[in-house]
Design a protein around this ligand. Structure first.
Ligand SMILES: NC(=O)C1=CN([C@@H]2O[C@H](COP(=O)(O)OP(=O)(O)OC[C@H]3O[C@@H](n4cnc5c(N)ncnc54)[C@H](O)[C@@H]3O)[C@@H](O)[C@H]2O)C=CC1
Ligand SMILES: CC(C)CCC[C@@H](C)[C@H]1CC[C@H]2[C@@H]3[C@H](O)CC4=CC(=O)CC[C@]4(C)[C@H]3CC[C@]12C
Length: 370
């Protein structure tokens, strides 16, 4: 790649670059990758903020409207790039998209990205996987402060984790395949915990729900259940570092998986959200869940039934369904330093800073159209 004089020569492609995480990766690359010459942002829907980045500057920002399920569109975008960060995905656990659509975007889309790298001679591929590739599993087994080597029965039925697991497997198996020109493809996968931060749609939903209930949210999950979370800026930073180090440390990092973690505290999903929503005037009612688990599961099942009955007429996609209830009720936290050992990752944002930035963003939502 670029020489010691840091001449900007590299071309990066970020798929899904207009999404919640993708935007943070794009901005982080522009701020912290001095060797960048061109940044290609590929997404099904291009965002208006991209316009401000396209103004003349040291890095050429190229917006590409495209679909990862279309192999020719992907190949055209990948051609001539040095590194691909594949973040595009259909993130849906509420039933907004069909299982077929989720599979097509997440699995077929990833296969298209891999084949495009092989065809066009692009050697470095970073895949945004998910903690969900591991768990929580269908049996609700806790994963307590585990790491990348902790044994765990990773069994899923929901289309989203199934698709992420399949896609991750494809990416890791592609490591070492010869790309056009004869060099080996170097791949790795990052598995973020539940991401939070500026732009997080579900945080927005909880905030609006709280406002509708007069500033109150009602506890549904025991405070003792720990759910791993990571700040979006740190996830973006980890992508930037991996992309940067993959060439020099190909033998060590190629074909590896890394959890994305930081110093965010271990808490229940709801207590964690209250770290931001509390300072914005919301209260979480109850020290214990207000409804027993069996009743919540009944309501969740009822929601699933209603979704199925109504689907020919209208999309009914409440936050509570059997899958989200199980996710929120199962401890899943990591404690690992693999990313630090392999490529020197340290969180860029402290917990205090991550929290302050997220609170600032939630406060700015007040009075906005959301
Ligand atoms: N949000 C979270 O807590 C976590 C997300 N992830 C992964 O991170 C990645 C990004 O997720 P988010 O930013 O949260 O989601 P998002 O929905 O905000 O971003 C995904 C982006 O991919 C784009 N996209 C979807 N289908 C596409 C297609 N067919 N062709 C091209 N672009 C397409 C969307 O337009 C969107 O901009 C996903 O791969 C997801 O699986 C992993 C762990 C946790
Ligand atoms: C009303 C319920 C009892 C509480 C609902 C909370 C849920 C909506 C969320 C609880 C756990 C979340 C998921 C988790 O953080 C891991 C994820 C990883 C991803 O790759 C995508 C997002 C998600 C599935 C995330 C989605 C919302 C929850 C299920």
């Amino acid at each position: 790649m670029a020489g010691p004089a840091q001449v900007p020569t590299l071309v990066y492609l970020v798929t899904g670059g207009c999404g919640f995480l993708g935007e943070h990766i794009v901005r982080m690359l522009l701020e912290r990758e001095p060797r960048l010459r061109e940044l290609r942002v590929f997404d099904l829907h291009l965002s208006s903020w991209l316009e401000e980045l396209k103004t003349p500057g040291p890095v050429q920002v190229t917006a590409i409207q495209g679909d990862v399920t279309q192999a020719h569109e992907v190949a055209a975008a990948v051609a001539g790039s040095h590194v691909v960060i594949h973040t595009a995905g259909l993130v849906d656990v509420l039933g907004k998209a069909s299982p077929k659509a989720i599979h097509k975007v997440n699995v077929q889309g990833t296969q298209n990205v891999i084949e495009a790298c092989i065809q066009t001679g692009t050697q470095f591929l970073v895949y945004t996987s998910s903690m969900e590739v591991v768990g929580p599993n269908v049996k609700g087994h806790p994963f307590y402060r585990g790491n990348e080597d902790t044994p765990y029965e990773a069994v899923h039925r929901h289309p989203y984790p199934c698709s992420k697991a399949l896609a991750e497997k494809l990416v890791l198996e592609a490591n070492g395949r010869k790309v056009n020109g004869g060099l080996p493809l170097v791949t790795c996968a990052l598995r973020p915990m539940g991401i939070y931060g500026e732009g997080h749609q579900i945080m927005r939903d909880f905030y609006n729900q709280g406002l509708r209930f007069g500033g109150r949210l009602f506890r549904a999950v025991p405070a003792s259940v720990e759910h791993g979370r990571v700040y979006v800026g740190n996830v973006a930073w980890m992508h930037v570092l991996v992309a940067r180090e993959l060439e020099q440390r190909a033998a060590l990092m190629g074909g590896q998986v890394y959890f994305c973690y930081d110093k965010s505290p271990y808490k229940s999903y709801e207590d964690f959200n209250m770290e931001f929503l509390g300072p914005c005037g919301l209260r979480l009612i109850g020290t214990h869940p207000l409804l027993p688990y069996w009743l919540l599961m009944l309501l969740a099942t009822l929601n699933a039934l209603l979704q199925w009955l109504l689907h020919p007429l209208v999309l009914y996609t409440p936050l509570l369904n059997p899958y989200t209830l199980a996710m929120a009720n199962t401890t899943f936290t990591v404690s690992t330093n693999k990313a630090q050992r392999h490529f020197g990752y340290k969180p860029l944002f402290s917990w205090e800073e991550s929290k302050a930035r997220t609170i600032h963003w939630v406060q700015a939502l007040e009075g906005s159209a959301w």
